[in-house]
Design a protein around this ligand. Structure first.
Ligand SMILES: [Cu+2]
Length: 156
Protein backbone atom coordinates (compact mmCIF):
# COMPACT_ATOMS: atom_id res chain seq x y z
CA UNK A 1 0.00 0.00 0.00
CA UNK A 2 1.23 3.44 -0.88
CA UNK A 3 0.94 6.12 1.76
CA UNK A 4 2.45 9.52 1.65
CA UNK A 5 5.06 10.37 4.22
CA UNK A 6 3.20 13.47 5.28
CA UNK A 7 0.05 11.48 6.06
CA UNK A 8 2.00 8.86 8.00
CA UNK A 9 3.82 11.56 9.93
CA UNK A 10 0.60 13.40 10.65
CA UNK A 11 -1.08 10.23 11.90
CA UNK A 12 1.81 9.39 14.19
CA UNK A 13 1.83 12.90 15.65
CA UNK A 14 -1.93 12.89 16.16
CA UNK A 15 -1.89 9.43 17.73
CA UNK A 16 0.91 10.43 20.06
CA UNK A 17 -0.91 13.61 21.05
CA UNK A 18 -4.07 11.65 21.75
CA UNK A 19 -2.24 9.07 23.86
CA UNK A 20 -0.38 11.76 25.83
CA UNK A 21 -3.56 13.72 26.56
CA UNK A 22 -5.56 10.58 27.31
CA UNK A 23 -8.21 11.71 24.82
CA UNK A 24 -10.40 9.08 23.22
CA UNK A 25 -9.81 8.60 19.52
CA UNK A 26 -12.74 9.26 17.27
CA UNK A 27 -13.44 5.83 15.87
CA UNK A 28 -13.22 5.14 12.19
CA UNK A 29 -15.25 2.03 13.04
CA UNK A 30 -18.15 4.50 13.06
CA UNK A 31 -17.72 5.07 9.32
CA UNK A 32 -20.38 3.71 6.99
CA UNK A 33 -19.74 3.93 3.26
CA UNK A 34 -22.74 3.84 0.96
CA UNK A 35 -23.27 3.70 -2.80
CA UNK A 36 -19.66 3.44 -3.93
CA UNK A 37 -19.16 3.35 -7.69
CA UNK A 38 -16.69 4.23 -10.39
CA UNK A 39 -16.74 4.63 -14.13
CA UNK A 40 -14.92 2.34 -16.55
CA UNK A 41 -11.79 3.86 -18.09
CA UNK A 42 -10.39 3.80 -21.60
CA UNK A 43 -7.03 2.23 -20.97
CA UNK A 44 -4.77 3.80 -18.37
CA UNK A 45 -3.65 7.09 -19.93
CA UNK A 46 -6.36 9.18 -18.26
CA UNK A 47 -7.14 9.22 -14.53
CA UNK A 48 -10.18 7.44 -13.14
CA UNK A 49 -12.54 8.63 -10.43
CA UNK A 50 -14.62 6.96 -7.72
CA UNK A 51 -17.67 8.22 -5.88
CA UNK A 52 -19.41 7.28 -2.63
CA UNK A 53 -21.13 8.63 0.46
CA UNK A 54 -19.07 8.52 3.66
CA UNK A 55 -21.22 8.66 6.80
CA UNK A 56 -19.98 9.28 10.34
CA UNK A 57 -22.38 7.42 12.65
CA UNK A 58 -20.25 8.15 15.71
CA UNK A 59 -20.34 10.81 18.42
CA UNK A 60 -17.18 12.62 17.40
CA UNK A 61 -15.96 14.36 14.28
CA UNK A 62 -13.84 12.32 11.91
CA UNK A 63 -11.26 13.61 9.45
CA UNK A 64 -10.62 11.89 6.14
CA UNK A 65 -6.95 12.53 5.45
CA UNK A 66 -6.25 10.38 2.41
CA UNK A 67 -7.04 7.38 0.24
CA UNK A 68 -5.04 4.48 -1.10
CA UNK A 69 -5.58 1.76 -3.71
CA UNK A 70 -3.32 -0.52 -5.70
CA UNK A 71 -5.30 0.46 -8.80
CA UNK A 72 -3.62 3.86 -9.03
CA UNK A 73 -0.13 5.13 -8.19
CA UNK A 74 -1.46 8.50 -7.07
CA UNK A 75 -4.93 8.39 -5.53
CA UNK A 76 -6.13 11.69 -4.07
CA UNK A 77 -9.39 13.26 -2.93
CA UNK A 78 -10.17 16.18 -5.23
CA UNK A 79 -12.75 18.93 -5.28
CA UNK A 80 -14.21 20.07 -8.60
CA UNK A 81 -15.49 23.60 -8.99
CA UNK A 82 -16.94 25.78 -11.72
CA UNK A 83 -15.98 29.46 -11.61
CA UNK A 84 -18.10 32.48 -12.58
CA UNK A 85 -17.01 32.15 -16.21
CA UNK A 86 -18.10 28.52 -16.34
CA UNK A 87 -14.56 27.15 -16.31
CA UNK A 88 -14.19 23.78 -14.60
CA UNK A 89 -11.19 23.01 -12.47
CA UNK A 90 -10.21 20.73 -9.63
CA UNK A 91 -7.71 20.66 -6.85
CA UNK A 92 -6.69 18.39 -3.96
CA UNK A 93 -9.37 18.71 -1.29
CA UNK A 94 -7.01 18.35 1.67
CA UNK A 95 -8.39 17.02 4.93
CA UNK A 96 -12.16 16.58 5.05
CA UNK A 97 -13.90 16.76 8.40
CA UNK A 98 -17.14 14.82 8.81
CA UNK A 99 -19.21 15.97 11.77
CA UNK A 100 -20.98 13.40 14.00
CA UNK A 101 -24.13 12.16 12.29
CA UNK A 102 -23.18 13.86 9.03
CA UNK A 103 -22.16 12.45 5.66
CA UNK A 104 -19.89 13.67 2.90
CA UNK A 105 -20.83 12.87 -0.68
CA UNK A 106 -18.19 12.18 -3.29
CA UNK A 107 -20.13 12.75 -6.51
CA UNK A 108 -19.60 13.95 -10.08
CA UNK A 109 -19.02 17.72 -10.11
CA UNK A 110 -17.91 17.88 -6.47
CA UNK A 111 -15.61 15.89 -4.24
CA UNK A 112 -14.25 12.74 -5.86
CA UNK A 113 -11.61 10.10 -5.33
CA UNK A 114 -9.21 10.87 -8.18
CA UNK A 115 -7.26 7.86 -9.34
CA UNK A 116 -4.17 9.19 -11.09
CA UNK A 117 -1.60 6.99 -12.80
CA UNK A 118 -3.86 3.94 -13.23
CA UNK A 119 -1.96 0.67 -12.98
CA UNK A 120 -4.53 -1.21 -15.07
CA UNK A 121 -7.69 -0.33 -16.99
CA UNK A 122 -10.94 0.01 -15.04
CA UNK A 123 -13.18 -2.63 -16.63
CA UNK A 124 -16.99 -2.50 -16.42
CA UNK A 125 -18.37 -5.27 -14.19
CA UNK A 126 -15.20 -5.59 -12.12
CA UNK A 127 -14.52 -4.14 -8.66
CA UNK A 128 -11.47 -2.71 -6.92
CA UNK A 129 -10.52 -1.98 -3.33
CA UNK A 130 -10.14 1.58 -2.11
CA UNK A 131 -8.99 2.36 1.43
CA UNK A 132 -10.12 5.50 3.23
CA UNK A 133 -7.48 6.76 5.67
CA UNK A 134 -8.58 8.78 8.69
CA UNK A 135 -6.54 11.11 10.82
CA UNK A 136 -6.99 8.83 13.86
CA UNK A 137 -4.95 6.21 11.99
CA UNK A 138 -8.04 4.17 11.19
CA UNK A 139 -8.62 2.78 7.74
CA UNK A 140 -11.83 1.68 6.06
CA UNK A 141 -11.70 -0.60 3.03
CA UNK A 142 -14.34 -0.08 0.37
CA UNK A 143 -15.10 -2.41 -2.53
CA UNK A 144 -15.96 -0.20 -5.49
CA UNK A 145 -17.98 -1.61 -8.43
CA UNK A 146 -17.01 -0.34 -11.87
CA UNK A 147 -19.97 0.77 -13.97
CA UNK A 148 -20.15 1.64 -17.66
CA UNK A 149 -18.09 4.39 -19.20
CA UNK A 150 -21.08 6.78 -19.45
CA UNK A 151 -22.50 6.07 -15.97
CA UNK A 152 -23.65 9.13 -14.03
CA UNK A 153 -24.52 7.34 -10.81
CA UNK A 154 -25.26 3.95 -9.30
CA UNK A 155 -28.78 3.75 -10.75
CA UNK A 156 -28.12 5.55 -13.98
CU1 LIG B 1 -9.91 15.17 -9.80
Amino acid sequence: MIRKGTILGGCAALLLAAVLSGAALAGSEDVVVEDAWARASIGTSRPGAAYMTIRNTGEEALTLSGISTDLAMQPEVHLSATDARGVNSMAPAGEIEIAPGEAVALEPGGLHAMLMMLQRPMVEGETFDLTLIFSDGGEVRVEVPILGIAARGLND
